[in-house]
Design a binder for this molecule. Structure first.
Ligand code: ATP
Length: 571
C-alpha cells in the first residue's frame, strides 16, 4: 500500500507539473527580457530606429505575457492548495467515518483537532507552496546557469558555484540551529491541550477552586510557546539573512569579475550587461523559497501525527458479503470472552445470555462489573475475542455494521445534542420525519406540553450541547430522538442517574409505555426505573450472578434483594 504522502503527491502531480511549468515560463520570460534589454542598450547608438522599436515592442509583449503567466500561476496555486486541502481531509476523515472505527480509543480530542485543523493547513502550505517553490528554484537555477554559460562558460560556472553555496551554507547553519527550533510545535500543542481542557471544564475548575492553578499552568505553557516562537523567529531571520547575503555576494561578485574582464578587454561589454540582468534572476526563486521555508519545519513536525491518523484502520470491519438482516430482534450472546486491550485478565469469560425480543431486560451490578462493556459488545463498537453474538439467528459479525446499527437506538447518561433547534436535534436519526411524527414522539417522551409552551416551539435553540435545557429535558429529548429512529431495539444506559424524582418518574412512565413494543435493554443503578422490567440480569466482575424476573429475585436473598432493601431503607 502507498503511504498517504506518496498517494497525495501522485494525485496532485498533474497540477504540480502545471504549476512548475508556468513558473519556469516566467523565469524564461525574465531571461528573454534580460537578452532584449542587453540588445536594446548595446544597439542604442548603432541600431536603426526600426530595430529599436521592434525590441521595445518585444519587451512590452514579453512583459504582458509574463503578467498573464503570473496571474495564471497565482490562480493555479490557489486551486492546487484547495485540491490538497480537500484530498487531505478525505484521507484523514475516511477512517474516522467508517462505522467500525473507534477514534477515541486512539487519539486525544485536542491532538485530533490539531491534526485535522492545523495539520491540514500546514500540509497544504507544504504541498502547494513549499514543494513547487523548491522544484522551481532547482529548475530555474539550472535554466539560468545554462543560459549564462551558453554566452560565457566561466560566468556560468561562477554563478553555479554561488547558487550551490546557498543550500550548503543553509544546511551547515541548520545543523547547528535545528535543536533550538524543534520545541515550538510541542509547545503549541501543550498550550492548545490545556486551553481546551480549561474551556471544557471551566465549571468544574471553578467549583474545585482550581482556576488559579490552571491559569498558572496555562501561563507557563504560553510563556514557553512565546520563548520557542521567538527562538524560531530568530533562527528564521538569521537563515534569511545568510541566504540574502550569499545571493547579494554572488550577484555583486560575478559583476565585479566580469567588469574587470571587460576592462581587460577579454570579454564583450554585452556580457557585463547580461550578467547584471540575469544573475539576480538565478537567485529570485531561492529567495522566494526562503519565504515559505517555515512550512517545511511545520510539515516535518506534523507529519507523524497525520500519518498515524491516515493509516489508522477500523477495529471492526464489515464482512465481505454481509448476510441479509434477520427478521427477529432477539439478541443472544454465546460463550463470549472479552479482554480489554492492556488488561491481563478477560472481563467476560464464556458469558452466555439471551435478551428476549419485545421484552425489557435490565442490567444491574456494582461499578466495574462490565455493564457498559457488555453494551459496547451488543452494539458492535467492540468485538469479542471468542464466542458469538446473534441477532435472531444471524451472528452480528456477518451483518453490515451500518444496517445492524439501524436496528438499535441508544440513549446514554451523557446526551449529545447539536447546537441547533429542537427540531434539528430530533431529526438527527431520521431527517425525513414529519412534524406529526415529531409531536407524537414528544408526547411519548412526556415533553410535548413543555415544547408547546415555548414561544419558538420546535424552532427553540438548545444551546451548545443542550446547555439551555435542564438535565431531564435533555434526557427526554434524547429519548424522543431515539423513538423517532424507530429502531426495534432501544438501549437506555443509566439515563435516570442524574435526574430528580419528578424527572425520573416522567421517564419511568415513558419506559412503561414502551414495554412490549420494542426490545428494551437498560442499565440502572436506581431500581425504580427497572421495577417494571421483564428480566433482570445481575453482573459482578463480568459474571452473571443472578437473573430472573424482579418478582422472583426479590425473594432470592441475593444482590437484587439487598439493593432493593437498602434503597427502600433510604427512602
Ligand atoms: N476502554 C477501556 N479500556 C480498558 N479497560 C476498560 C475500558 N472500559 C472499561 N474498562 C474496564 O472494564 C471493566 C468494566 O468496566 P465497565 O465500564 O464495563 O463497568 P460498568 O459496570 O459499566 O461500570 P459503571 O457502573 O461504573 O459504569 C473495568 O475494570 C474497567 O476498568
Amino acid at each position: 500500500m502507498k503511504s498517504p504522502s506518496k498517494l497525495l503527491t501522485a494525485q496532485i502531480l498533474p497540477a504540480l507539473i502545471l504549476n512548475l511549468l508556468s513558473g519556469v515560463l516566467i523565469t524564461v520570460s525574465y531571461l528573454l527580457q534580460a537578452l532584449l534589454f542587453t540588445q536594446l542598450i548595446i544597439g542604442l547608438n548603432a541600431s536603426t530606429s526600426n530595430t529599436l522599436m521592434t525590441l521595445i515592442v518585444m519587451l512590452t509583449g514579453n512583459a504582458l505575457l509574463r503578467a498573464v503567466l503570473m496571474g495564471f500561476r497565482a490562480m493555479q496555486t490557489e486551486q492546487l492548495a484547495a485540491n490538497v486541502r480537500t484530498r487531505l481531509r478525505l484521507q484523514l476523515f475516511r477512517p474516522l467515518l467508517t462505522p467500525g472505527f473507534d477514534i477515541m480509543q486512539h487519539h486525544s480530542a485536542a491532538k485530533l483537532q490539531a491534526t485535522l485543523v492545523e495539520g491540514v493547513e500546514v500540509m497544504e502550505g507544504f504541498y502547494s507552496r513549499y514543494l513547487p517553490a523548491l522544484l522551481l528554484a532547482l529548475l530555474s537555477g539550472a535554466v539560468t546557469v545554462i543560459t549564462l554559460a551558453s554566452f560565457d562558460l566561466l560566468s556560468g560556472a561562477i554563478l553555479l558555484l554561488f547558487l550551490v553555496t546557498c543550500p550548503v551554507m543553509d544546511h551547515l547553519f541548520m545543523r547547528q540551529q535545528r535543536r533550538h527550533i524543534v520545541g515550538v510545535f510541542a509547545a503549541m500543542q501543550h498550550f492548545a491541550e490545556d486551553l481546551m481542557d480549561a474551556l471544557r471544564g471551566m465549571l468544574t475548575l471553578k467549583a474545585c477552586n482550581a482556576v488559579p492553578r490552571f491559569r498558572a499552568k496555562i501561563a507557563d505553557h504560553a510563556a514557553s510557546l512565546r520563548r520557542e516562537s521567538m527562538t524560531t523567529l530568530r533562527v528564521t531571520m538569521m537563515r534569511g539573512g545568510i541566504t540574502r547575503f550569499v545571493s547579494l555576494f554572488g550577484t555583486s561578485g560575478l559583476l565585479i569579475i566580469n567588469a574587470w574582464r571587460t576592462m581587460q578587454g577579454t570579454v564583450d561589454p554585452a556580457l557585463l550587461l547580461m550578467t547584471l540582468f540575469i544573475t539576480w534572476e538565478a537567485f529570485r526563486p531561492i529567495l522566494q523559497l526562503e519565504t515559505v521555508f517555515h512550512t517545511l519545519w511545520a510539515a516535518q513536525e506534523m507529519r507523524p501525527a497525520m500519518q498515524e491518523l491516515a493509516a489508522s484502520t477500523a477495529t471492526l470491519h464489515d464482512p465481505d458479503f454481509p448476510h441479509p438482516m434477520p427478521a427477529g430482534n432477539t439478541l443472544h450472546l454465546e460463550a463470549i470472552t472479552y479482554r480489554w486491550p492492556g488488561q491481563h485478565q478477560p472481563l467476560f469469560n464464556n458469558l452466555t445470555l439471551t435478551i428476549a425480543e419485545n421484552r425489557h431486560t435490565a442490567f444491574i451490578g456494582p461499578s466495574g462489573s462490565g455493564k457498559s462493556t457488555l453494551f459496547q459488545l451488543i452494539t458492535r463498537f467492540i468485538a469479542p475475542q471468542s464466542g458469538a453474538i446473534f441477532l435472531g439467528d444471524e451472528p452480528i459479525s456477518e451483518l453490515s455494521i451500518a444496517a445492524f446499527r439501524r436496528r438499535i437506538s441508544w440513549v446514554s447518561q451523557q446526551v449529545f445534542l447539536i447546537d441547533g433547534t429542537l427540531a434539528e436535534n430530533l431529526r438527527l436519526g431520521r431527517p425525513d420525519v414529519t412534524e406529526a411524527e415529531i409531536w407524537q414522539a414528544l408526547q411519548q417522551a412526556q415533553l410535548a406540553e413543555w415544547v408547546q409552551s415555548l414561544p419558538q416551539r420546535l424552532n427553540t435553540l438548545v444551546g451548545e450541547n443542550g446547555g439551555l435545557l435542564s438535565g431531564g429535558q435533555r434526557q427526554r429529548l434524547a429519548i424522543a430522538r431515539a423513538l423517532l429512529k424507530q429502531s426495534p431495539i432501544l438501549i437506555l444506559d443509566e439515563i435516570t442517574s442524574n435526574l430528580d424524582v419528578v424527572n425520573e418518574a416522567a421517564i419511568q412512565r415513558v419506559i412503561s409505555s414502551l414495554s412490549g413494543h420494542c426490545t428494551l435493554i437498560s442499565i440502572a443503578h436506581r431500581l425504580n426505573t427497572i421495577a417494571q422490567a421483564d428480566h433482570i440480569v445481575v453482573l459482578q466482575d463480568g459474571d452473571i450472578i443472578e437473573q430472573g424476573s424482579p418478582a422472583r429475585l426479590r425473594f432470592e436473598n441475593g444482590y437484587y434483594a439487598s439493593l432493593l432493601q437498602s434503597q427502600e431503607t433510604i427512602l
